[in-house]
Design a protein around this ligand. Structure first.
Ligand code: HEM
Length: 366
């Protein structure tokens, strides 16, 4: 058919049904236009908090907002989402936000950054503590397999919890610009999940570790002398130490006090379904963060002493055995108790390969 000569279709008069359909279509188009305008309004209002407030509750006056903020409860001002005695606005939430952002976060940066700087300076100026006498090659059994496994499990979990916790507190200042919003959002979600699930496991293992080590960490008179001499840094000669020295006992009791506080407040935050109030959750959050940041700083010190800082310490926690010379120089009172149990490296190897059960169950003399 030639398009130029083709006749225009004859207009068929609209039936009532066709008219209704037309009106219906018009209404639909108007509805879509209105809805998209509405969404745009909400989006704009959300970008501006004042405007959002006016949009959400246009009839409310400044006095009414003041009354809501003041904490007065009244049927009209209650949070209606579920049974709750809370005021519409949780005014103490702002106090919590201020404490967290103005005090807790900077405190974390100062203690952790300060600890890293002090250790770096100490390492550069004083250096590693080497053994003064040559190794004898004879070994003393110090850490049974059960305690080593427990130590490394607690330590690994602590490190993961510290890294994910630090990411939740400080990550937003670094990673969104480094990796972009998509990666950052994945990092935050992963951190939350890891932190929330691993926290309780860490808590349980920490309690088992603390119970297993309590006997060796009861404070003794000679620990005072250890502190006075700065663990051997001040004055000459070795300072007396039993199985655990003064510094290790401080680490132990910090874990037994602050560590358990961090675990307890973590449980309060992890299980909000036990009826705890928002104020309780806010305080739990502050206690949890301050305790965890402080412990992380001390843990960095502990990790330094256990690895770079002291020759011969790490092998105790990896193999279970330490050299006699190390025992004599770092834990002289313990050495006196166990020196007749020293064995050669060959005997250690034989024990480990042939009769590994002795390494697992051998009781640790103290
Ligand atoms: C990679 C990190 C770590 C390393 C390299 C490390 C290393 C060591 C070493 C070598 C010892 C034995 C010291 C000795 O024989 O006297 C030790 C003991 C210990 N560590 Fe760690 N550690 C690490 C992380 C942690 C963490 C994160 C915790 C706790 C949250 C922890 C808790 C303990 C405790 C309670 C002891 C026993 C001290 C005592 O006798 O009371 N360690 N660590």
């Amino acid at each position: 058919m030639n398009l130029l000569t083709a006749q225009a279709p004859v207009r068929v008069p609209r039936s009532g049904k066709g008219l209704a359909l037309g009106i219906w279509r018009l209404v639909m188009v108007a509805l879509v236009v209105m809805l998209s305008l509405g969404f745009t309004q909400v989006a704009v209002a959300q970008a501006e908090p004042d405007r959002e407030m006016r949009t959400a509750a246009p009839g409310i006056t400044a006095d009414q907002w003041r009354q809501v903020r003041s904490g007065e409860t009244d049927a009209n001002y209650r949070d209606s989402r579920y049974e709750s005695d809370y005021n519409l606005i949780n005014a103490s939430g702002e106090t919590w936000r201020q404490i967290r952002n103005r005090w807790v976060s900077p405190f974390g940066l100062i203690v952790i950054g300060g600890m890293i700087s002090v250790i770096a300076l100490f390492y550069l100026i004083v250096g590693r503590k080497h053994l003064e006498e040559p190794r004898t090659g004879r070994k003393l059994f110090r850490w049974p397999l059960f305690l080593r496994a427990l130590h490394w499990s607690v330590a690994s979990l602590f490190i993961v919890l510290a890294l994910t916790g630090l990411n939740l507190l400080f990550g937003k200042f670094i990673f969104p610009t480094l990796f972009g919003a998509a990666v950052w959002s994945w990092m935050t979600s992963a951190s939350y999940v890891a932190h929330n699930y691993l926290g309780p496991i860490f808590g349980i293992l920490l309690v088992i570790l603390l119970v297993s080590l309590i006997k060796d960490n009861i404070p003794k008179k000679h620990d005072l002398e250890w502190f006075k001499k700065g663990g051997g840094l001040v004055g000459k000669g070795h300072v007396d130490a039993g199985f655990a020295n003064g510094g290790e006992k401080v680490w132990y009791w910090l874990l037994a006090s602050v560590g358990l506080m961090v675990v307890a407040s973590g449980f309060v935050l992890d299980f909000p379904n036990f009826g705890q109030s928002r104020d309780t959750m806010q305080w739990a959050n502050i206690i949890h963060a301050v305790g965890a940041l402080g412990l992380t700083a001390v843990a960095i010190g502990h990790i330094y002493i256990g690895t770079l800082g002291t020759e011969g310490s790490l092998e105790g926690m990896t193999t279970g055995y330490v050299d006699e010379t190390w025992a004599k120089e770092h834990h002289n009172l313990w050495y006196e108790e166990v020196k007749d149990q020293a064995i050669s490296e060959e005997e250690v190897a034989a024990r480990k390969s042939g009769d590994s059960s002795s390494d697992v169950s051998a009781s640790r003399p103290s």
